[in-house]
Design a protein around this ligand. Structure first.
Ligand SMILES: [Zn+2]
Length: 474
């Protein structure tokens, strides 16, 4: 019998299809129920083991979507399982194929920092419509270093020896024949990428083959993958996350071009700052009007198969040596979820270079004055003082930066054109400086500033797929 304290890896899914795929990839399912869970727990849990790690899996409540619901499930999980060190968000997403990234249905996208973004790019549609430029609406942490290191190790192993993702999916389907129909790899003919201008008529019950055309005037021709090409291919980079479903090929293309977003989903942005995790998405559609659920089962399986390989890549000690997420949050900020009962603690500040510079100036001014605590005598302030004394100036926003700093900055910004003049916001509160994560956050701030200069990166694709062969055909 396991104890709640044994579980070190938390795995979150958004929908039942993903939850099923996650469960069949456990090495061992632990059929037990904890009767001592907190009374306010509303999550459903599946317990198991993978490669020596205790893994707990949960899913968003049926019918719920979006970042807030994901954050709520993650918060519940880390309070029921207090020793969870790292998280995985695993499921399906809409792909953003481009000349640079020949993403196909069933491929896998892993959230890895790129171009000043921490791996997940949160955007909102309001801004897109107003100024046609995409700005991050929140400052999101990158995945924990232990997971990024494992991704690098697994990537190298795949390059040398290839992966066995299809073989592993076939194995679990053989063990669970009832899943075959929904979860097996669909006919390759059903992987159809329509040109971005071709819009699916508003007749949901009619298939694309009947009403969207079937020739090269409407479909993008792509080379057939050979046995030497990785299939599914794995892509590493940015995942676009918003509370709205991306179902617009032109917007998809714009985000793919401007920010090199590889896929779209609706939960990850709610997790990155409160549940250190990596996001793994199997591509089930192309985030356009032609989306349907044909590939959802297989895409969920592919993402879960990759997640299992990633867990195998993790040495148990490298996970258990980290601090539990709950402990980090408990000890960190007075406004951490540990200290706020209401789940709506998670908010976003539109971040830009002016705001970052303003926070830095404010922090410096307080340090120069030498008695920042004069501004307040609350215990919160005392706690921040202690943290500040322990934290050297890293030339970036301190993890313990004051909420008052942000509030004052925004209050004193009266110019309606000012980038600081957004209303109806609150604070994104980062998890605390914990080993390498504190460096991560420093890096992100400086990268964020560079991002604001709109520098376009010319980084090569990190895809394992064969991009070159397809560029001319897209
Ligand atoms: Zn269609």
């Amino acid at each position: 019998m396991s104890q709640r304290e044994d579980y070190t890896i938390g795995w979150i899914c958004a929908i039942t299809t993903e939850y099923v795929a996650a469960q069949v990839f456990l090495d061992e399912t632990l059929d037990q129920t904890f009767t001592d869970l907190p009374a306010n727990n509303t999550n459903d849990y599946t317990l198991g083991r993978i490669s020596g790690h205790y893994v707990v899996i949960s899913v968003l409540p049926e019918g719920e979507y979006g970042t807030a619901s994901a954050a709520s499930v993650a918060q519940g999980m880390i309070y029921c399982f207090p020793n969870i060190r790292v998280g995985l968000m695993v499921g399906i997403g809409g792909g953003a194929p481009s000349q640079k990234h020949d993403i196909r249905l069933g491929d896998i996208v892993v959230s890895i920092p790129r171009d000043g973004q921490g791996g997940v790019f949160q955007y909102d549609f309001g801004k897109i419509i107003q100024d046609h430029s995409f700005r991050p609406t929140a400052f999101l942490n990158q995945p924990p270093s232990v997971l990024r290191a494992a991704v690098g190790g697994l990537k190298a192993r795949y390059e040398m020896k290839g992966h066995q993702i299809n073989e592993n999916i076939d194995r679990v389907l053989k063990e669970n024949p009832k899943l075959l129909k929904k979860y097996q790899r669909p006919d390759p003919e059903s992987d159809r990428l329509y040109r971005s201008q071709i819009v699916h008529p508003n007749k949901d019950n009619e298939p694309c083959t009947a009403i969207c055309g079937d020739d090269l005037s409407c479909l993008i021709s792509r080379t057939v993958r050979t046995e030497h090409d990785p299939n599914p291919a794995i892509y590493y980079g940015l995942i676009g996350s918003a509370n709205s479903l991306m179902k617009d090929a032109l917007l998809r293309d714009e985000l793919a071009t401007q920010k090199e977003v590889l896929c779209f989903e609706m939960e990850a942005a709610g997790l990155m700052n409160s549940f250190p995790c990596i996001v793994i998405r199997g591509i089930c559609d192309y985030a356009d009007t032609h989306k349907n659920d044909t590939w959802q089962g297989y895409a969920a399986m592919a993402a879960a198969a990759y997640a299992r390989d990633l867990i195998y890549q993790l040495v148990p000690r490298s996970v258990t040596d980290r601090s539990p997420i709950r402990k980090i949050l408990d000890q960190s900020h007075p406004y951490s979820p540990a200290n706020i009962v209401n789940h709506n603690w998670y908010f976003n500040v539109p971040l830009n270079s002016d705001l970052i510079n303003g926070i830095r100036t404010s922090q410096k001014r307080k340090r120069d004055l030498g008695h920042p605590e004069d501004l307040s005598s609350s215990s919160d302030s005392d706690r921040r003082k202690k943290a500040r004394e322990k934290t050297p100036d890293r030339g970036s926003i301190d993890d313990d930066y004051d909420s008052e700093d942000l509030a004052n900055l925004l209050e004193t910004s009266e110019d309606s054109e000012s980038p600081l003049s957004h209303t109806n916001f609150a604070l994104t509160l980062h998890s605390p400086a914990e080993d390498s994560n504190s460096e991560d956050q420093s890096d992100e701030v400086s990268q964020e500033t560079r991002y604001e200069s709109e520098t376009q990166s010319s980084n090569e694709s990190e895809s394992e797929g064969s991009d070159e062969t397809s560029e001319s055909s897209i």
